[in-house]
Ligand binder design. Structure first.
Ligand code: LCS
Length: 401
């Protein structure tokens, strides 16, 4: 499998796409190859009537960076293009993106159906924070679309999927869930953080909104926190001019620029993440001290066929269990030397962490077991180092178990 074919191709679009679209590029005295950082909080009006017209919505000039900024706009154009959507909104974090989307779709009394394995912060938002605002969520196992159908109520406004899920790498059939949702007029949002638009385009499969923690593969270098939403232009306008305006999770121009830079190498990085991950997954599956390896590219993955059908590659994330459970996993995490013991993922560096006590510590012990997050599970975000070095590091750490 390889990146999507488009005319021009995906890699070309990542590097040149915005050039055709960012009108500011050509207006500068020096035609910069890199989109300039418009480090400005506010934008001057031509006269009082111009300012009033902008506030009446009759003129779309930039006003204030919380509502829009040319550097943000270049990134939004690019992300909408790469996700085959009409419009995008970039935000301060992945959590800001999810919150903005939910508050755009739902109000007190409304209901969400979500897959049950989610990034721990999303699970906390759905089960603790949103209920305080009168918005409730039913979380169901994501591997069977029928589970979503059964959980829908008359109040359901949104279905949220994380596929592949963090950290169990369970997949959800996006097209099947979208069909169920649309019969009842319910919107479907997909967290596409693990795949990126290079490997999966949820809108093409029927989803209404795509969201990303752009902190991960889109940025790619572990140096920024950001989020993205992509979807229909009218919905995005409401998300920007109502929710973002009032809730305020805007991205800084500098962070938007870091993501524009990250995007230029997204396909090259994803190809290497996947190549390395496949080799590491194979190494781990043959290792006598490893009891289970979860990677969608292995034929042993329960949804290998769905991964082949729905994705254009298997990604760079692996979860595994060491013989001896939690204590054995701890020994591995404490003894790696090249891999870094840290949360986050999708960086050039290989990162290792323990979901049960770190990223997913918002789940109770019963919930962890119910959604398949084994207390001994170790999560690996395979980076771009030489794969032999990553494998050697894991080999020496596993020897100590
Ligand atoms: N969605 C997914 C799938 C994520 O993995 C994360 C963060 C978020 C949303 C939230 O995005 P953020 O606000 O952090 O940009 N995942 C993290 C993780 O696995 N380790 O640290 C953060």
């Amino acid at each position: 499998m390889s990146g999507k074919s488009k005319n021009p191709g995906f890699a070309t679009l990542c590097i040149h796409g915005k050039k055709h679209l960012d009108k500011h590029q050509g207006e500068l005295p020096i035609r910069a190859i890199s989109t300039p950082i418009f480090q400005s909080s506010t934008f001057a009006f031509e006269n009082a009537e111009h300012g009033a017209a902008v506030f009446r919505g009759e003129d779309s000039s930039y006003v204030y960076t919380r509502l829009g900024n040319p550097t943000q706009a270049a990134l939004e154009t690019e992300m909408a293009y790469l996700e085959n959507g009409e419009a995008a909104l970039v935000l301060a974090s992945g959590m800001a993106a999810i919150t903005t989307a939910v508050l755009t779709c739902c109000q007190a009394g409304d209901h969400i159906v979500s897959s049950d394995t989610l990034y721990g912060g999303t699970h906390e938002l759905f089960t603790k924070t949103l209920p305080r605002l009168g918005i409730t969520t039913t979380e169901v196992p994501g591997d069977d679309p029928a589970n979503f159908a059964h959980a829908i109520t008359d109040q359901t406004k949104l279905i949220h999927l994380e596929t592949p899920a963090n950290p169990t790498l369970v997949l959800t059939d996006i097209a099947a869930v979208a069909e169920i949702a649309h019969k009842k007029g319910i919107l479907v949002m997909v967290d596409n953080t693990f795949c990126t638009p290079y490997l999966q385009n949820p809108l093409d499969l029927g989803a209404d909104i795509v969201m990303h923690s752009a902190t991960k593969y889109i940025g790619g270098h572990g140096d920024t926190v950001a989020g993205v939403l992509v979807g229909k232009a009218d919905w995005m306008m409401k998300a920007r001019m109502e929710t973002l305006r009032d809730v305020g999770g805007c991205i800084s121009p500098f962070n938007a620029w870091l993501l524009l830079r990250g995007l230029k190498t997204l396909p090259v990085r994803m190809d290497r993440h996947m190549e390395n991950a496949m080799e590491v997954a194979q190494f781990l599956s043959y290792h006598p001290k490893v009891s289970q390896v979860i990677y969608p590219g292995l034929k042993t993955h329960q949804q290998y066929e769905l991964a082949l059908r729905q994705q254009r590659g298997f990604g760079g994330m692996i979860s595994f269990m060491v013989e001896g459970g939690r204590e054995a996993g701890r020994i591995v995490m404490d003894n790696v030397q090249l891999c870094t013991l840290a949360v986050s993922l999708g960086d050039v560096d290989t990162l290792i962490e323990h979901p049960a006590t770190m990223t997913h510590s918002t789940y109770s012990e019963e919930e962890l077991l119910k959604v398949g997050i084994d207390p001994g599970m170790v999560r690996l975000s395979v980076g771009l180092e030489n794969v032999e070095d990553i494998i050697e590091d894991l080999r020496q750490a596993l020897k100590l178990v």
